[in-house]
Design a protein around this ligand. Structure first.
Ligand SMILES: Nc1ncnc2c1ncn2[C@@H]1O[C@H](COP(=O)(O)OP(=O)(O)OP(=O)(O)O)[C@@H](O)[C@H]1O
Length: 127
């Protein structure tokens, strides 16, 4: 009984993970900003690892920006579905979601500068 339930849960989890992966692929293909943020994140993580700087704040900042960009993409799709015509509330929804990405990006930039600048200065000074 119990093992049946676990097997079912594992299958359901993999199915949900597959849908989430499809969402990520869709965002990467259709959203230029998401592609830029993915590669900026890869660059930031690579530099962090090479400089042996603290990884957790950089990884969290990158994850926050990417997650909010995905939510922004989802919200844009829902707004376009619900309100194909121009509507002031559709504008509020899209602008606020874009604002959330902007706030997270500014925060991530601040974290990146605070965490990476000291080791970058040290590295430059030692050359
Ligand atoms: N249905 C709508 N009603 C009112 N204003 C809208 C509507 N759709 C879009 N807008 C306005 O146009 C702006 C850009 O909308 P759009 O859907 O092109 O978003 P975007 O951020 O450019 O999307 P993408 O990431 O796909 O380039 C919105 O932020 C909003 O101000």
């Amino acid at each position: 009984m119990r093992s049946d339930g676990s097997a079912l849960n594992a299958r359901r989890w993999w199915r949900s993970a597959g849908f989430a992966w499809e969402g990520l692929r869709h965002a990467y293909r259709s959203q230029a900003n998401f592609r830029i943020e993915v590669w900026a994140g890869v660059l930031a993580l690579t530099v962090t690892i090479l400089l042996r700087a603290p990884l957790a704040p950089i990884a969290l900042a990158c994850a926050l920006v990417l997650a909010l960009e995905l939510v922004n993409t989802a919200l844009e799709a829902v707004v376009d579905l619900a309100s194909p015509e121009l509507h002031p509330l559709a504008k509020v929804a899209k602008d606020a979601a874009a604002g959330a990405v902007l706030v997270a990006s500014a925060g991530a930039l601040a974290v990146g500068v605070a965490v990476l600048m000291p080791p970058i200065w040290n590295w430059l000074g030692s050359r």
